[in-house]
Ligand binder design. Structure first.
Ligand code: TXA
Ligand code: MG
Length: 318
């Protein structure tokens, strides 16, 4: 089987109804989707990714209304965030009802739900009478693809189709939130910056995304989002060297050969850096460099999320 890129939404809907697993675009990163109520189809997500079944999956719905039967509750605080940011790149961890298959939540008491904004995905979700389970469409531990062709490069022959929705507009995974006591807690920093969430809530939510023996979001493993080529932070002491690749945010410093460099945002906009980061990491990874360097972001706005991903990606090589 070769994997085909298509823009035909009905074809993808058919494949999903038949229990197939396909690549789908979202505004964050591409997903590897299946009918969440078909346990066999969901099981194939884990085998295709090479992901442990102890790591639960997010359910994607058209809107909150459609998700109600799967949730015991949807707290006021979450409602506030849902009204501000949905459809969009935020995921809610809420108590699940028995309707959610065990394989989705890996036996955990809560289920992750999200209402994506990508227009083609929304058309698809509106055509289906089941939610889509979808992790990012990368092999376990690798960099998440943000364009259809990069899904095909990672999963060629393992899935029949990728719905080609163009490049993802955010480029980093959704922000995962839940409620503990009366307060919102962040379990994964993501495409909606912490600052934006704090403004809506009127307080700064606690971030609980550290690696531990039994993580609340098991995907927050320490080594993740990493290319195969060793990746380190760039600093002023790093000199240009043959066979080494460099990812800069805006300007290439003097003395660095442009052929060995990638610029993540011509305009120096951190959101553009976020949008381009994974695509550029995958591209630079494929160029055969023995070492990659990337600038360290300032921990402000979306920079905090970038820092989270890059700390995990570089930790593998420390
Ligand atoms: O932007 C996104 O959220 C993308 C797109 C495709 O929607 N999806 C995504 O899924 O990033 P994934 O599986 O790569 O990451 C989901 C994270 C994992 O760390 C997982 O452990 C956590 O969410 N998670 C999912 N369900 C959970 C649950 N019931 N309890 C705790 N953590 C959960
Ligand atoms: Mg992932």
């Amino acid at each position: 089987m070769t994997t085909h890129l298509t823009r035909d939404i009905s074809k993808i809907a058919e494949a999903l109804k038949f229990g197939q697993t396909v690549g789908i675009p979202t505004e964050t990163v591409y997903g590897l989707a299946a009918n969440a109520l078909n346990e066999q189809a969901v099981a194939s997500i884990f085998s295709i990714k090479g992901r442990p079944t102890s790591n639960p999956l997010i359910l994607h719905f058209y809107n909150l209304e459609q998700a109600r039967p799967y949730m015991e509750e949807f707290q006021e605080e979450l409602h506030l965030l849902e009204q501000h940011f949905c459809p969009g790149p935020i995921t809610f961890l809420v108590a699940k009802t028995p309707r959610v298959p065990e394989i989705i939540t890996a036996g955990l008491p809560r289920v992750a739900v999200r209402f994506p904004s990508h227009p083609m995905l929304r058309t698809l979700l509106a055509e289906l009478d089941f939610p889509l389970a979808a992790p990012s469409a990368n092999k376990y531990g690798s960099v998440s693809p943000t364009q259809a062709l990069q899904v095909k490069e990672q999963l060629n022959g393992l899935i029949p189709f990728v719905l080609d929705g163009g490049p993802c507009s955010f480029g980093l995974e959704s922000t995962i939130v839940g409620v503990e006591g009366q307060k919102v807690v962040i379990y994964r920093l993501g495409s909606i910056p912490l600052d934006d969430i704090s403004v809506v809530l009127g307080y700064i939510p606690e971030i609980k995304n550290q690696t531990s023996a039994s993580p609340l979001a098991p995907g927050m493993v320490k080594f993740h989002y990493a290319p195969n080529t060793p990746l380190k932070y760039f600093d002023a002491s790093v000199r240009a060297k043959e066979g080494v690749g460099y990812l800069f945010y805006q300007n290439i410093p003097d003395g660095f050969p442009h052929l060995q460099c990638t610029v993540l945002s011509q305009g120096g906009d951190l959101r553009e850096v976020a949008r381009n980061l994974y695509r550029s990491l995958i591209e630079m990874d494929a160029k055969g460099f023995q070492q990659l360097y990337i600038e360290k972001p300032e921990p402000m706005g979306i920079g905090l999320t970038l820092l989270d991903r890059l700390n995990r990606a570089t930790a593998k090589f420390e």
